[in-house]
Structure formats: C-alpha cells, structure tokens
Unconditional design. Sequence first.
Length: 263
Amino acid sequence: MRVIIEPDYDSLSKWAANYVANRIIEANPTPEKPFVLGCPTGSSPLGLYRNLIEMCSAGKISFQNVITFNMDEYVKLPEDHPESYHSFMWNNFFNHIDIKRENVHILNGNAPDLIAECNHYEELIAEAGGVDLFMGGIGPDGHLAFNEPGSSLSSRTRIKTLTTDTIHANSRFFDNDLSLVPKQALTVGIGTVMDAKEVLLVCSGHNKARALKHCIDGDISHKWTSSMLQMHPHAIVVCDEASCDELTVGTYKYYLDKERGNL
C-alpha cells in the first residue's frame, strides 16, 4: 500500500486528481478500449471532482472514452431526489465534464428486482473489462462504499442494510431527520473493489483518524472493511495531516520518508 500524506484537504484533492488524470492520459483510451473508472460519492471526493472538472474545462483531460461505475445508491430513493447518488454525481461531476451519458453506470435502487440489478451490475463491469481505477473514500467507521463493519471481505455487489452510525452520519443530508434517511442501499462489494487494477482512497479530517489508523496500520478485519486494501497490489491512500492524528509516529514517519525517497 502506498500512503500519500498532504498538508490539507485541498492539497490531497489536487494530488488525487492529478493521479487520476495522469492514469487516464497514459491509458490513451479509445472507443474500442475505454478507461473504466470507479466513482464514489460523499463529501470526501468533492475536491477531487472539482479538480478533474477544472482540468477537463482547460482541455488537459477528456472523459469522452471513459466508462464509469459508481459504488452505491440508496434503495427506494427517487433518482431525482436531491440526495440520491444519481443527483450527486450529475450535479457535482458528470454535468461538468465531457462524458457520454451512455458511459455512466449507477445502481438503480428502485429496480423491481434488486438482486437481479446487483448481479447485472457485476456483469456490466466484467463486460467493460473490469475497473482500471476505483476511487473511494473511507467512512468514520472504516467502511468502504456501503460495506459496513461486519461485511464479508469477499463480498460482491448486493443489498446492504445501513448501520445506525451511517444513518446518523448521513442524516446531515436529510435535515438531520433520521426518519428520512434510507435504511438500505445497493453497494459494490469489497471483492468488487479488490478486483480493480488500482484503488485510490481519499481521507481527510480528524474525524477519520481512527478509520485511517485501522485501514493502513491495523489488522485486516471485517470490522474495518477498508483495511482489506492492505492486500491489494496497487492501493493508494491519499490523506491529510489531520486524518493522521492516530497513526503511530513510526508509521507516520515511514510513509513520509518513503515518498521523499529516503527508503
């Protein structure tokens, strides 16, 4: 695992966006061989998306030959609801870049058969040749996508009941009314993410410090599902100083020295 420690959120967002952009440019995607990008939602990737939008607007990168697969979506929340992940992605990213609508894939939380929807999503990813780079964030309890504590580390795309912690955390998007927060979501599994050729997570803020510690400096455990990325051959975590508050001094210095070329 590679860990990049940046001073603050803006710096980590810029580093992550540059990395994603460079991977797409290096791949030189074509209609016959597109670049497949996994996308997260939530507050963590907003800076990453803003930087990618700026690069696209400046002509430095194109998403014409990029196919996307989002990590998750709420169950039984209308797609046009302002807090649906469909709305989030189009409002915060897709509407501002040159991506083709038919190349965007987001799970349908209102499908008549949710199990079939999840299975079909896995099939679509396979048909696209697999995900080249899966972006993501880390929840305060260490979850990745909606793979809450206790999720199988080999899980695939499925229906997931959200924990009380996640419902409370997400209530800020629903006027702090817990009754309005969906109790289930469709989510890619940890196994789905692990199949990607590369995974890049962004993590910021003191409230994520405990999760980051378990992700990169703890044992691999289904209680902290993002810790599974320790087993991925090409995983990168981009974090800021505040999120490193619970790392041991030795771990913190190791990753700084490694990026400075001292190791």
